[in-house]
Design a protein around this ligand. Structure first.
Ligand code: T6T
Length: 336
């Protein structure tokens, strides 16, 4: 079954560039940029239209999730439409949800940018008949969804804290940078991070700082903290999107030798940082598996089958020492 990709750039929604990639199963390849693949006649699977809404299109974590989803959609012969906001921002994601719901997909798979703000538009989509599968971030009211799949975010935060404590010799001040409250993955990760550091009495956890990968934000945070806490020894960012700014600020303050950095995620630029010694460890998610499984859950939900309410995929710690081991190498964030 040929995989037909039709890349259609939809109208720009406010500041959000929505790029719609429609992956369809089709009998004949179609190179039209405005139609999805025409499903084989009579194929029940091919009549399934599923919309995947990423947390943002500008982050390789979601590109890896998208890859897993696309490959599974091809194997299962369902139509997959992929969208996402230019930045991780509920105000940009909500118009996309409304536009997707207007096309009445049988299922929507989404990483909601805010656990509360996305409730009304997603409830409207579900009331309109769409099945809902949540991935990565979650909603305050999970009853809307057939199920949720993500990482074990508490473990994610614990692993980041434990690795950072090990690297800095279990003493000194450390800073944690997470998304603001309301991003469920980070809320759980922050708890895991804090609880783990509570087991390390020699480490002083500074007040959390908040960023969701917006350009320049994490650099400004680190520069300000370094100015007020010159004895800073370690930094952890939950979101890979914030890692570039941390490295930039440490370089500008000539503090890269003094401050050890551990980050969540494994975007290509983060792997480069690891190989250059700019970051000492990465907490890696099984992004492709998350995308594949989310498509399977959406198909089961459409078919009226049960879907696990919660699936938490374990995260793993990548360092220069294990970067080529299959478990780590296979989970570095790559699109397809
Ligand atoms: O860490 C991922 C994701 O799990 C989190 O919910 C939001 O940030 C990322 O997309 C990375 O930027």
């Amino acid at each position: 079954m040929s995989l037909t990709k039709a890349l259609r750039t939809s109208a720009v929604l406010s500041a959000a560039l929505v790029v719609t990639l429609t992956v369809g199963s089709c009998g004949a390849s179609s190179d039209s940029a405005t139609t999805s693949g025409s499903p084989d006649a009579g194929s029940a699977a091919a009549e399934k239209n599923i919309s995947l809404i990423l947390g943002t299109i500008s982050d390789d974590f979601y590109k890896a999730v998208e890859c897993g989803a696309k490959l599974e959609a091809e194997v299962k012969g369902v139509n997959l439409d992929v969208q996402g906001p230019a930045q991780f921002d509920a105000a940009l994601q909500i118009p996309i949800v409304n536009a997707v719901a207007a096309k009445s997909p049988q299922a929507i798979i989404i990483a909601p940018n805010d656990s509360g703000a996305l409730m009304p538009p997603l409830k409207a989509a579900v009331d309109g008949g769409a099945k809902l599968v949540l991935f990565d971030t979650n909603l305050d009211d999970t009853s809307l969804a057939a199920g949720h799949i993500g990482s074990d975010y508490v473990l994610y935060g614990q692993q980041g804290a434990a690795k950072l404590a090990e690297i800095i010799g279990d003493e000194g001040s450390v800073l944690g940078i997470f998304s603001p409250p309301g991003v469920s993955t980070n809320d759980l990760g922050r708890k895991g991070f804090q609880d783990e550091l509570a087991k390390h009495p020699g480490i002083k956890l500074l007040p959390f700082e908040f960023s969701s990968g917006a350009p320049g934000k994490s650099a400004a945070i680190v520069s300000a903290v370094l100015a007020s806490k010159p004895d800073l020894k370690g930094i952890f960012t939950f979101n890979g999107g914030d890692a570039q700014g941390v490295v930039t600020a440490l370089r500008e303050a000539k503090a890269a030798d003094q401050v050890s950095f551990v980050s969540g995620d494994a975007q290509p630029f983060q792997v480069d940082q690891l190989q250059q010694g700019l970051v000492k460890a990465l907490v890696i998610q099984q992004a492709r598996t998350m995308g594949k499984t989310a498509v399977d859950f959406a198909i089961r939900a459409i078919d009226g089958e049960q879907v696990p309410a919660e699936t938490a995929l374990p995260t793993l710690v990548g360092t220069l020492d294990n970067l080529t081991e299959p478990d780590v190498a296979d989970n570095l964030y790559k699109g397809c």
